[in-house]
Write a protein that binds this ligand. Structure first.
Ligand SMILES: Cc1cc2nc3c(=O)[nH]c(=O)nc-3n(C[C@H](O)[C@H](O)[C@H](O)COP(=O)(O)OP(=O)(O)OC[C@H]3O[C@@H](n4cnc5c(N)ncnc54)[C@H](O)[C@@H]3O)c2cc1C
Ligand SMILES: NC(=O)C1=CN([C@@H]2O[C@H](COP(=O)(O)OP(=O)(O)OC[C@H]3O[C@@H](n4cnc5c(N)ncnc54)[C@H](OP(=O)(O)O)[C@@H]3O)[C@@H](O)[C@H]2O)C=CC1
Ligand code: HEM
Ligand SMILES: [Fe+3]
Length: 408
C-alpha cells in the first residue's frame, strides 16, 4: 500500500539542529499524531509496527520497521499500543534492556486493573526504565494544536534521568511537563482522564441541599400555612412561584460562597502571619471549586430570569388582573395610579436586570478564552485577584494531591 502524507508542516530546520531519534511502537491514531508533532519539532521518528509494509497514513519523513528493528534505532521508545496488546513486548526484553519506555496508555474504566499500566509494563520488561507521560493529551489535540486548555503533561517514573529526558521532549513539543514523582503516581495519572467532573461534586450536593431546604421552607410558608389557616389550595405554586423563590435565593447563597473562601484564606494567612503554609484540605478544596460554585450560581440566576419572564402569561396572574378589573368595574371604583409604587416596581426590576448583567459579565470574564485576552489590570477591574488565573499560572505550584502551594 502506498504511504499517504498527513504532514502539513514539513520540517524546515537545519539538519545540524536535528533532535535525537525517537522510536514509536504502534502506528495507530496516537502514534501517528505524536510522530507528526515530533517531526515538526525536528525529531527523527522510527515507527515499530507489526506490519511495516502495510502501515499507511504515516507522516512524511518517518521510517517504519519491525518492532525489534525499530527498538535498536533509539534508546527512547514510546509505546503507543493499548495495554491489552503489551504481551509482545516480553519477547523484546533483550532489545529493550536499559532503554526508556514511555507508557502513554489509558484505560476504559477507573481502576480497571489491579496495577497501573506503567507498572504492568515494568513487570513485562524488567530491564527497561519506564516513564508514564502524555496520557492526558489526546491525539486530536496533538494534531489540531488546540492545546490551550490543557498543555500539562503529567510525568512520573522511578529513574530520574529517564524522566528528565522525557520531560525535555515534552518541553520541546511546547507542552508543560509536571513531575508527579515515582511510578506509584501512574495509577492516579491514568485515572485522571476518566474522572467525571470531580470538582462539581461539592457544588452539586450543596445546590441540591440548598434547593431542598428552601423548597420545604417555601412549601410550609406558601402552601401548608394558607391551607391550614384558610383552607386555600395553593398547590399550583409548586410549578413556578416556589421555584422562582428558590432559584434567586440559591444563586445569591452560592455567589456568596464563591467569595467567602478567598476572604477566609486571607484571614487565615493574616492569623498565621505567613502565606507560605498550606491551607487546610477543606479550604483548599473549597477554593478549587469556586469556578463550579460560580457557574452553578449563574445557572440559578438564569433560571430565575426565565421563570420571571413567563409571569405575565401565567393563568393565575391573568385571572387575578381580569378579576380585579371586573370587580372594580362592577363596584364602579378606581385604583388610582401610584407614582411611588411605579418607581419602586421599576427600580426593583431594573436592579434585577442590572444584577443579572453583572452576573453574566463575571461569568464571561472567567471563561479562559476571554480572560486570556484581557490584561491583568483589565481582569482585576471586573474581578478581584482571580484564583482561576492562579490555577493556570505556573507561579502557583500544584502538588501531586491536587492542592496548591503558594509561590515563594
Ligand atoms: C458567574 C461566575 C462564573 C465563574 N466562572 C469561573 C470560571 O469559569 N473559572 C474560574 O476559574 N472561576 C470562575 N468563577 C470564580 C471566580 O472567578 C473566582 O473564584 C473569584 O474571582 C475569586 O475571587 P476572590 O477575591 O474570592 O479570591 P482570590 O482573589 O483568589 O483570593 C482571595 C485571597 O486568597 C488568598 N490567595 C489567593 N490566591 C493566592 C495565591 N496564589 N497565593 C497566596 N494567597 C492567595 C489571598 O489572601 C487573597 O487575598 C466564577 C464566578 C462567578 C460568580
Ligand atoms: N487516541 C488518543 O487520543 C489517545 C490514546 N492514548 C493511548 O495510546 C495508545 C494507542 O492508542 P491509539 O493510537 O488511539 O490506538 P489505535 O488502536 O489507533 O492504535 C494502536 C496500535 O497498536 C499497535 N498494536 C500492537 N499490537 C497490537 C495488537 N495485538 N492488536 C492491535 N494493535 C496492536 C497497532 O500498530 P501496528 O499495526 O503498527 O502494529 C495499532 O495501530 C493506547 O494505549 C491509548 O490508551 C493515550 C492518550 C490519547
Ligand atoms: C432580568 C433580571 C431579573 C428580573 C426581571 C427579576 C425580577 C424579579 C421578580 C419579578 C421577582 C419577584 C418574583 C415573585 O415574587 O414571584 C424577583 C424576586 C427575586 N429576585 Fe429577581 N429578577 C432578575 C434578576 C435577579 C438576579 C440576577 C438576582 C440575584 C441573584 C435576583 C434576586 C431575586 C431575589 C432574591 C428575589 C426574591 C425571591 C423571593 O424571596 O421571593 N433577581 N425578581
Ligand atoms: Fe478557571
Amino acid at each position: 500500500m502506498e504511504k499517504t502524507s498527513t504532514d502539513a508542516f514539513p520540517s524546515t530546520m537545519n539538519s545540524s539542529e536535528k533532535q535525537e531519534t525517537v522510536c514509536i511502537f504502534g502506528t495507530g491514531d496516537f502514534g501517528r499524531s505524536l510522530a507528526l508533532k515530533m517531526l515538526q519539532c525536528d525529531y527523527s521518528i522510527v515507527f515499530g509496527s507489526r506490519n511495516p509494509q502495510k502501515s499507511s497514513l504515516l507522516p512524511n519523513g518517518a521510517e517504519v520497521l519491525s518492532y525489534s528493528e525499530a527498538a535498536q534505532k533509539s534508546d527512547i521508545i514510546i509505546i503507543a499500543v493499548h495495554r491489552e496488546h503489551y504481551e509482545f513486548l516480553k519477547e523484546l526484553t533483550e532489545v529493550l534492556k536499559g532503554k526508556i519506555l514511555v507508557d502513554i496508555s489509558n484505560n476504559l474504566k477507573i481502576n480497571q486493573y489491579p496495577e497501573s499500566n506503567a507498572e504492568y509494563l515494568v513487570q513485562l520488561v524488567p530491564g527497561a526504565h519506564v516513564v508514564k507521560a502524555f496520557n492526558t493529551i489526546s491525539a486530536w489535540a496533538l494534531q489540531s494544536g488546540a492545546l490551550d486548555a490543557n498543555r500539562q503533561v503529567f510525568v512520573c517514573g522511578n529513574d530520574s534521568k529517564a524522566k528528565q529526558r522525557v520531560m525535555d521532549i515534552v518541553r520541546t513539543l511546547g507542552l508543560t511537563p509536571l513531575d508527579q514523582g515515582s511510578l506509584m503516581a501512574a495509577k492516579e495519572i491514568e485515572n485522571y482522564p476518566l474522572q467525571l467532573f470531580p470538582m462539581w461534586k461539592f457544588p452539586f450536593y450543596l445546590s441540591a441541599i440548598l434547593c431542598v431546604f428552601f423548597f420545604f421552607y417555601c412549601v410550609i410558608r406558601d402552601i401548608i400555612y394558607p391551607y391550614v389557616n384558610g383552607k386555600k389550595d395553593s398547590t399550583f405554586r409548586l410549578a413556578i412561584s416556589i421555584p422562582n423563590r428558590i432559584f434567586p435565593i440559591a444563586a445569591l447563597t452560592l455567589l456568596a460562597l464563591v467569595y467567602l473562601p478567598g476572604v477566609t484564606a486571607a484571614i487565615l494567612q493574616l492569623y498565621r502571619g505567613t502565606k507560605y503554609r498550606r491551607f487546610p484540605d477543606w479550604l483548599d478544596h473549597w477554593l478549587l471549586c469556586r469556578k463550579q460554585l460560580g457557574l452553578a450560581a449563574l445557572g440559578f440566576a438564569f433560571l430565575h430570569v426565565l421563570y420571571t419572564l413567563v409571569i405575565p402569561i401565567r393563568y393565575y396572574v391573568r385571572w387575578t388582573l381580569k378579576n380585579r378589573t371586573i370587580t372594580q368595574a362592577t363596584a364602579k371604583t378606581e385604583d388610582p395610579f401610584s407614582t411611588s409604587t411605579a418607581w419602586l416596581n421599576d427600580s426593583y426590576i431594573a436592579l434585577g436586570i442590572l444584577g443579572f448583567f453583572l452576573f453574566v459579565l463575571l461569568g464571561i470574564t472567567s471563561l479562559p478564552s476571554v480572560s486570556n485576552m484581557v490584561n491583568w489590570r483589565e481582569f482585576r477591574f471586573v474581578q478581584p485577584t482571580p484564583w482561576c488565573m492562579a490555577e493556570r499560572d505556573s507561579s502557583v505550584l500544584r502538588v501531586s494531591d491536587g492542592t496548591f502551594l503558594q509561590p515563594t
